[in-house]
Design a protein around this ligand. Structure first.
Ligand SMILES: C[S@@+](CC[C@H](N)C(=O)[O-])C[C@H]1O[C@@H](n2cnc3c(N)ncnc32)[C@H](O)[C@@H]1O
Length: 403
C-alpha cells in the first residue's frame, strides 16, 4: 500500500512565514502554488546541484522558490506574463525615489494606449488619458527601470477598470461598476497616484523581504508564450514539479487579458494563446493505461463533458509521459480532485496508473487542505453549469523513477 499522508505544507516550511511572504505573491495568478509546496519538495527530494523543472509554471513560483534555495530551474508556460512576474520577483533590489517618480509621471506628455478593440468597454473614458500618460511615461524609461513599475501600474490599472477585483476572470459586475462610479464621484486622479505610490512601496518591501531568504545566483531558463505541445525538453532535469491546468474552466489567458493588452500584446496574439489552452483545444489521442480513466469516462453522459474530459487527460498524460523521459529522479504533480457533474474525478489516481506503465513508481501522495484559494470562489462551475462544491483538498503525487 502506498502511503497517503495528510500534511500542511504551510506548517512544514517555517522559514517562509506566510504564503504571501517576499515576492511569492506580487501579482494574482489563478491557481498559483503556495511557495511552501515547492520548498517542501526541494527540501525533501532535492540534492545540491539538481535542476528543477515546471512545464506549467504560471506565476513562476517554482523559479522564485528554487532560487531562494540555490537550485537551477527551467520553467515553461503558455502565458507570457510569467517573464515579467519572474524577473521582478527575483530582482536583487529596487532603488527608486517614489515621490520624484510620481511627479515625473504627472508632468509627462508621453502616451501609450493598448491596441484593444474593447478598451472602452473596460475603462471609463475619463480615466484613459491618465492611464495612457502613466503607461507612456513608464515605457519611456530604460527596461530595467520600467520593468519594476509594471506590476504596481498593472494593479492600479486593473483597479481603475470595470473588472471585478474579486474574480480572476475579466468580469464586469455590479460591484465593479459601483467601484468605478465611486471613483468618478471623488478625486480619482489623486486616488490613482496615491494607489500607485502605495503599490510601488509595497513591491519594494516585498523585494527586500525576499532578499532575507538569501537567494542565490543560479541558472534559469524560461520558455513563455509557447504551447507546451510545441516545446521539447532537450536536456535532463532531476525533478519535475508542477500543477497542470485544472479540469474545469480555468482560463488563464482570459484571466490576464487586461494585463497582456497593457503589456503591449495584440488582439490576435492573445486570441492565438487562448486557443491553445488545455483542455479547450484539440489534442492527439494516446493510449491511456489507467483503468480508472475509462471507468469515469463511461460514467459521463453529456457529449461536451466527455470531450472536455478526454481532451484534458489526453493532453496532460501525453505531456507527463513525454517529459518524463528526461526526468532523472522525481515527478511531483499537484492536483485537485475536481468534479464533473456530481462525481469527483480522481485525477491523481489516473495520473499514477498511467505513468506506472512508463517506469514510474508511486512513492507517496501528500494531502493538503486548501485554506483559501481565489480560484474556487466561483460558485457555478462553467463546465457543467451547476453549482460547484468547493474542492477541499489538493494532492501532491510523488512519483519516483524506477532504475
Ligand atoms: C495550474 S496553472 C499553474 C500555476 C503555477 N503552479 C503557479 O504557481 O502559478 C496551469 C498553467 O498551465 C498553463 N497552460 C495551459 N495550457 C497550456 C498549454 N497548452 N501550453 C503551456 N501551458 C499551458 C496555464 O497558462 C497555467 O499557467
Amino acid at each position: 500500500m502506498v502511503e497517503k499522508i495528510p500534511i500542511s505544507f504551510r506548517k512544514e516550511v517555517s522559514e517562509i512565514p506566510s504564503t504571501t511572504y517576499g515576492t511569492f505573491a506580487i501579482y494574482k495568478y489563478p491557481a498559483k502554488f503556495i511557495p511552501q509546496v515547492i520548498a517542501f519538495v526541494i527540501k525533501k527530494y532535492a540534492k545540491p546541484g539538481m535542476k528543477i523543472f515546471d512545464p506549467f509554471a504560471g506565476y513562476g513560483t517554482v523559479g522564485v522558490v528554487s532560487k531562494a534555495y540555490g537550485y537551477n530551474y527551467i520553467m515553461w508556460d503558455l502565458n507570457p506574463i510569467i517573464n515579467l512576474i519572474h524577473d521582478v520577483a527575483t530582482i536583487d533590489e529596487i532603488k527608486l525615489n517614489v515621490s520624484v517618480l510620481l511627479k515625473d509621471i504627472r508632468d509627462s506628455q508621453k502616451k501609450f494606449i493598448p491596441e484593444w478593440s474593447n478598451l472602452d468597454y473596460w475603462f471609463p473614458k475619463e480615466f484613459l488619458p491618465m492611464l495612457s500618460k502613466a503607461w507612456g511615461y513608464v515605457y519611456s524609461l530604460p527596461k530595467k527601470q520600467h520593468q519594476v513599475l509594471l506590476i504596481p501600474l498593472l494593479k492600479v490599472t486593473r483597479y481603475f477598470s470595470y473588472s471585478d477585483e474579486k474574480v480572476h476572470k475579466l468580469y464586469k459586475s455590479k460591484h465593479s461598476k459601483e467601484k468605478v462610479n465611486n471613483l468618478l464621484k471623488n478625486d480619482w486622479r489623486e486616488e490613482f497616484y496615491r494607489r500607485l505610490g502605495k503599490e510601488i512601496n509595497l513591491l519594494v518591501k516585498r523585494v527586500e523581504e525576499y532578499s532575507h531568504l538569501n537567494h542565490k545566483q543560479v541558472e534559469s531558463t524560461i520558455e513563455s508564450g509557447k504551447d507546451i505541445f510545441d516545446l521539447k525538453l532537450n536536456q535532463k532535469v532531476d525533478i519535475l514539479v508542477t500543477s497542470p491546468p485544472y479540469l474545469q474552466a480555468q482560463e488563464y489567458i482570459r484571466s490576464t487579458k487586461l494585463e497582456l493588452f497593457w503589456l503591449g500584446y495584440k488582439e490576435n496574439q492573445i486570441k492565438g494563446l487562448s486557443k491553445k489552452e488545455i483542455p479547450y483545444r484539440q489534442v492527439e489521442r494516446i493510449k491511456i493505461y489507467s483503468p480508472t480513466y475509462h471507468i469515469y469516462r463511461d460514467k459521463i453522459k453529456e457529449p461536451h463533458l466527455i470531450e472536455l474530459y478526454e481532451r484534458y487527460f489526453h493532453s496532460i498524460l501525453k505531456i507527463f509521459t513525454d517529459l518524463g523521459e528526461n526526468v532523472k529522479r522525481y515527478m511531483c504533480i499537484f492536483v485537485g480532485p475536481a468534479k464533473i457533474r456530481n462525481f469527483s474525478i480522481p485525477i491523481d489516481d489516473i495520473v499514477i496508473e498511467h505513468l506506472q506503465k512508463f517506469g514510474w513508481n508511486h512513492r507517496v501522495t501528500y494531502i493538503d487542505t486548501i485554506v483559501s484559494r481565489n480560484m474556487f470562489q466561483s460558485k457555478i462551475n462553467p463546465a457543467s453549469g451547476l453549482e460547484d462544491e468547493r474542492i477541499k483538498t489538493e494532492n501532491l503525487v510523488v512519483l519516483e523513477r524506477i532504475n
